[in-house]
Design a protein around this ligand. Structure first.
Ligand SMILES: CC(C)(COP(=O)(O)OP(=O)(O)OC[C@H]1O[C@@H](n2cnc3c(N)ncnc32)[C@H](O)[C@@H]1OP(=O)(O)O)[C@@H](O)C(=O)NCCC(=O)NCCS
Length: 128
């Protein structure tokens, strides 16, 4: 495994959450804005682990909401760096819905974010 592949492997991030009533919309399923917040959080952690410096979100390219996630569900967010540029990283984020009784997971939401490594002056820095 080369150095970049190893960094990608080590930066992969998983967060498990329970969908509480305050996370839902009026029909009792996970609110889209909450999902986007959670996706940004896991992308931020993933990119920070890759870059080991300050990162900011520069773009949220596309998010597909495939199946509704009901209140009370267990969800797992998985972030993975899929492209590394000069200062930017593209992070794929999946939200998997888990059936607690059957221990199976279904892909519910997927999206891609671009994160940029920056210095204290908010200037992009090279990822070496
Ligand atoms: C991130 C930021 C410093 C980049 O500044 P910039 O002047 O666009 O810098 P550059 O043109 O050199 O671009 C830097 C990198 O970002 C990428 N980038 C910039 N805008 C992008 C966009 N909309 N989508 C995808 N990539 C983008 C560039 O392709 C470049 O990638 P590379 O270095 O891997 O080749 C600036 O856009 C910024 O401060 N944005 C606000 C970030 C923010 O507040 N986020 C919310 C809070 S976390």
């Amino acid at each position: 495994m080369n150095e970049q592949a190893s960094r990608i492997e080590r930066s992969r991030t998983r967060i498990t959450k329970l969908v509480f009533p305050q996370d839902t919309n009026p029909i009792g399923t996970l609110y889209g804005g909450t999902a986007l917040h959670w996706m940004d959080e896991v992308a931020f952690l993933t990119a920070t682990r890759y870059a080991r410096c300050q990162v900011v979100t520069v773009s949220m390219d596309r998010v597909d909401f495939k199946v509704p996630i009901p209140e009370g569900a267990i969800v797992e967010l998985v972030g993975e760096v899929v492209r590394v540029g000069r200062s930017s990283m593209t992070v794929n984020v999946k939200i998997l819905q888990e059936d607690a009784r059957a221990s199976t997971q279904e892909l519910a939401i997927e999206g891609t974010l671009v994160m940029v490594a920056v210095d204290e002056a908010m200037k992009p820095v090279n990822l070496d």
